[in-house]
Every structure is written in C-alpha cells, then in structure tokens.
Design a protein around this ligand. Structure first.
Ligand SMILES: [Fe+2]
Ligand SMILES: [Fe+2]
Length: 207
C-alpha cells in the first residue's frame, strides 16, 4: 500500500524533464541560479585559458627545472578545475559557449600572456597574479553558495584550497628569485604532476 511521504512531491511535476529539483531547491534557499551559472562559466573560462597560457609560460621557464615542475602542477590543476566545475554548469541548466572565442573572452581573469623578453621573475609574477585572480573568483563563488548550495560550494572550496596553495608557491619563488628574500610556502612537492589533491575528478566522483 503506497503511503504519502514527506518529500515524494514538490513543485516540479512527476515526469517533467524541463524543470530541475536540484535547481528549485537551491533557489528556494536564496541562490540566484542564473547569476551563479554565468559566474561559473566565466570562472571555467579563466581555468581553461589559464591552462593554455601556463603551457606557454612553463616552456619559457627553460633552465629552471624546479620552476617548471611547480608551474606544471599549477597548470594541470587548472585543467582539473575546469573539468570539475564544467559538469556543474550543465546540472544548473547552463552550458559552455558554442564558440571557444566567446568562452575565452568572458573568462573572469586576464590572459596570462608571455611577457616581452621573459625572465624567470617576470614569468613568476604573471603566474602569481593569475593565482590571485583565481582566489578572488572562487571566494566569490563560495560566498554566493555557502549554506545554500552545498554541491557548488564543495567544488568551489576544493578549487579554492588549491588556488591558495598556488599563490603561496609563487610568492615563495618570486620572492627568492626577484628579491632574494625567503618567504616559505610550506610546499614540498605534489606526488604526481598535477596531483590536484582536493579537486581531482576521480576521487571526487569515487571517493
Ligand atoms: Fe585553477
Ligand atoms: Fe591555480
């Protein structure tokens, strides 16, 4: 005998695939889903373009094997951030722009261009400022979702943990390279290149 259960029904009608309870519920808790979706697309654009530009920056750290390795971790972790957050955009009813040019243009951070006459110090400063933009971006997503959208918050806070580490790495390296000053980050090394200890997709989906 079927019984009424407290959560068996809601505003979304049974069988309606045009509405999402996963969206309705976070809207009811005060999330502006349209705004959040747009900010997530901008943030994903920044992760994707940063991954691209870090490829070039890493190449030009030639001769600095230690810097190359750390740049590579930050580069691959940005790819992991893009991979982690993109499915969430679709779950929220959004999607990536059809044209990659539009996607790159709307990125929430500036392009991390290779400077003219690159030196290790100039490259490290570009890396540092890209990480700082990422920290601002993911803190904003955390603020918009805290206590209201646990899934987006969890993803954003995982990404933010790695961005915060990345900033500390590049402060340490730039400080020593440019100013000869010791400002430790606490970093030793990732286990594998691009380890992404907080945001790795596989462990996220299969903890
Ligand atoms: Fe990132
Ligand atoms: Fe980063």
């Amino acid at each position: 005998m079927a019984k009424e259960k407290r959560h068996m029904k809601g505003r979304v009608k049974p069988g309606d695939v045009t509405q999402r309870v996963g969206v309705e519920q976070i809207e009811a808790r005060g999330v502006n889903v349209k705004q959040l979706r747009e900010k997530l697309i901008d943030a994903a654009g920044a992760e994707f373009t940063t991954y691209y530009y870090y490829t070039i920056l890493r190449m030009h750290l030639a001769g600095h094997e230690d810097y190359k390795e750390i740049c590579e971790d930050a580069r691959l972790e940005d790819r992991a951030h893009f991979e982690l957050i993109t499915p969430r955009i679709y779950e929220l009813g959004g999607g990536l722009p059809r044209d990659i040019r539009e996607f790159a243009d709307r990125a929430s951070c500036l392009d991390a261009y290779l400077p003219e006459n690159p030196t290790a110090a100039s490259l490290l400063q570009i890396l540092l400022e890209a990480e700082r933009c990422a920290i601002r971006t993911w803190n904003e997503i955390c603020d918009l979702t805290f206590g209201k959208d646990p899934r987006t918050y969890d993803m954003a806070s995982r990404i933010l943990q790695e961005e915060t580490e990345h900033e500390a790495w590049f402060i340490e390296l730039l400080s020593k390279e440019r100013d000869g000053e010791i400002r430790p980050s606490g970093h030793f090394r990732r286990g594998e290149p691009g380890e992404a200890p907080y945001s790795k997709n596989r462990s996220f989906y299969n903890p």
